[in-house]
Design a protein around this ligand. Structure first.
Ligand SMILES: *Cc1c(COP(=O)(O)O)cnc(C)c1O
Length: 213
């Protein structure tokens, strides 16, 4: 599937749910892909934000294309927060200590990081993210952390044969965001983005589907 087909599917899913397709943005996940692959499979179709999940891999790519919009979507250690400045949005803030470290760094550098809190909705032991029971307290704490700009929530659904099996995960994250007055919902990957859009995703993080075929 190529990027235009993914966009068409996003649009169809939005319409099925009575949503405006323009409310949903595609983040092209470019981890593991070369610049040539990214040009061929993503950038020829438009200037989409590019999602990377490892700092070491992202740094040379950003250096090559500093004018692109980069999003950070991967797990992060606190001692790496100094590398986050080039990213327009950090999807994967998964602990208060990480949020505090980023806030301290950004305050010294004088910029406002835009962040999402990652929620482990399905409580999978191997996954990162806040436990659903702790999200409200985390949001309250992070809202007090200048100069962070908290924009919304992010989740990774469990792997599922049938994306209908994880619809509840997206629905639950959307309910949390609504309850907390947060606008951005980063949810949905190659296997489940259409269901995520039906449930309210504003950002879908799609990799594999853009580069296959
Ligand atoms: C790799 C990755 C994606 C994209 O997954 P695909 O299955 O390739 O679409 C989305 N989100 C995160 C956090 C990822 O690490």
């Amino acid at each position: 599937m190529a990027l235009p087909e993914v966009l068409a599917r996003i649009e169809a899913a939005a319409r099925r749910a009575g949503r405006e397709p323009a409310e949903v943005r595609l983040v092209a996940v470019t981890k593991g892909r070369s610049l040539a692959e990214i040009e061929r499979h993503v950038l020829r179709y438009g200037d989409f934000p590019l999602g990377e999940n490892r700092i070491q891999e992202a740094r040379p790519k950003i250096a090559a294309w500093p004018e692109r919009t980069w999003h950070f979507i991967g797990p992060l250690q606190r001692n790496k927060v100094r590398y986050l400045r080039p990213f327009r949005l950090v999807h994967s803030v998964d602990s208060l200590r990480l949020a505090e470290a980023l806030a301290a760094r950004a305050a010294r550098e004088g910029y406002r990081p835009r962040i999402l809190l990652e929620v482990n909705v399905a409580r999978e032991p191997q996954k990162h993210g806040f436990d659903p029971s702790g999200v409200e307290a985390a949001v309250r704490a992070v809202r007090g952390l200048e100069p962070l700009e908290l924009r919304g929530l992010m989740t990774m659904a469990p792997l599922a044969e049938d994306p209908e099996e994880v619809r509840w995960v997206f629905r639950e994250l959307a309910a949390m965001a609504r309850h907390l007055g947060l606008a951005e919902l980063s949810m949905g990957m190659s296997g489940d983005y259409e269901v995520a859009v039906e449930e309210g995703a504003t950002l879908v993080r799609v990799g594999r589907a853009l580069f296959e075929g």
